[in-house]
Design a protein around this ligand. Structure first.
Ligand code: SF4
Length: 359
């Protein structure tokens, strides 16, 4: 008998085609069943009009397998008024590997979900917990979309935006990322609009070109920059030895999908590492040819093997002023989730790292 197909990684069209191939009855209900599954989080052939035989065939040939929730950790509420906090869900795949997604409050009861694209990561960025794990494997499209489905339907989180900034370099897992984007935006199903999705990369230029090839003018692209001179960036982010700043910059110039497109440029501020005199001008020079950019300054979150301390408040404010003084548009990203190891650079806990070493 052939393996059942997991609907969670498919578009409505994919399911309709697979149903035509596999089912002698009931294939005509594919879109209805798909819509119901994606919007309720439950695969239930009883929810649509089907004969008993049709229902049995659907159950035999299709599943709706979601990752299991291993653990949820939530930051304490920041205040009595602000009844929202960052939460991290550790999910477990069918083969027993764990990966994480993080719910980030955006105000007014809305949340962004930061999803993982890989278990671990091979990029080895010096400031990142996930980078210390190495890469175990890519997540499938069903496992990537599954994080959104679990967040909404199992954990009851209200998710408006999805950012690919969790564990892994999303563009290194192109086929599954592409399929996940197609599923997330599929109208009969989850129906996210392109502007609600953000792909983040450390500088995978082939991936940036492929992403451009989708022709999605409103899909957001975010760059993890962290240093804008090659010597320092190569020390912090090994990919820079293969893809120096000029090459990355050229790929981004080509990527600009529309006149008012704005890149998000992430700068994790690490005291005494990347706040040297002139760092602000280096960032401004990198951004200059790209058109509109918004530099997100993110205070460093020390992990288990800290590179340095967290910047003090006055140091963050001062660095932001320096960036503004050279013409950069800047936003301070509030550190959310530090106490539960859910903040930027902190995903990939010790247990997960041990899973990586033991494999
Ligand atoms: S920052 Fe991103 S690309 Fe770099 S090691 Fe961490 S997860 Fe991988």
């Amino acid at each position: 008998m052939t393996e059942p197909i997991n609907i969670a990684g498919l578009t409505a069209e994919d399911v309709a085609l697979a149903a035509q191939e596999r089912l002698e009855r009931g294939a005509g209900r594919a879109r209805e069943l798909y819509r119901h599954s994606m919007r309720s989080g439950v695969f239930d052939p009883d929810a649509v009009q089907l004969s008993e035989r049709g229902r049995d065939l659907w159950r035999e040939h299709f599943t709706f397998a979601l990752p299991e929730v291993a653990q949820v950790v939530q930051e304490p509420f920041p205040s009595e008024v602000e009844q929202e906090s960052t939460a991290k869900a550790v999910l477990r795949s069918a083969d027993g590997l764990e990966f994480e997604c993080v719910r980030i409050p955006m105000g007014r009861g809305r949340h962004t979900l930061c999803v993982s694209s890989q278990v671990g990561c091979k990029m080895g960025c010096a400031f990142c917990e996930t980078g210390r794990m190495g890469l175990l494997r890519n997540l499938s499209a069903a496992e990537i979309v599954g994080q959104v489905l679990v967040a909404r339907h199992v954990l009851g989180w209200s998710i408006r935006n999805v950012v690919f900034m969790g564990m892994g370099e999303a563009l290194d897992n192109w086929d599954n990322l592409r399929q996940a984007l197609l599923v997330l935006t599929d109208r009969p199903g989850l129906a996210f609009s392109h502007e609600r999705l953000t792909v983040c990369t450390v500088g995978n230029v082939d991936g940036i070109r492929r992403l451009r090839g989708l022709g999605w003018k409103r899909l957001n692209l975010s760059i993890s920059l962290n240093a804008a001179n090659d010597e320092l960036r190569s020390r912090l982010m090994p990919i820079n030895r293969r893809v120096p700043l000029q090459t990355l910059q050229a790929a981004l110039v080509d990527y600009r999908a529309r006149a008012n497109f704005a890149f998000a440029v992430n700068y994790c501020l690490m005291p005494d590492i990347n706040d040297h005199p002139g760092a602000e001008q280096e960032v401004a020079d990198f951004c200059a040819p790209l058109g509109r950019c918004l530099v997100n300054v993110i205070p460093y979150n020390p992990g288990t093997e800290a590179l340095t301390r967290s910047p003090r408040d006055d140091e963050v404010i001062n660095f932001i002023e320096r960036l503004r003084s050279v013409g950069c548009a800047v936003r301070r990203r509030v550190t959310k989730g530090r106490s539960v190891m859910a903040a930027c650079g902190q995903l990939g806990n010790l247990d997960l790292r041990q899973q990586a070493r033991g494999s």
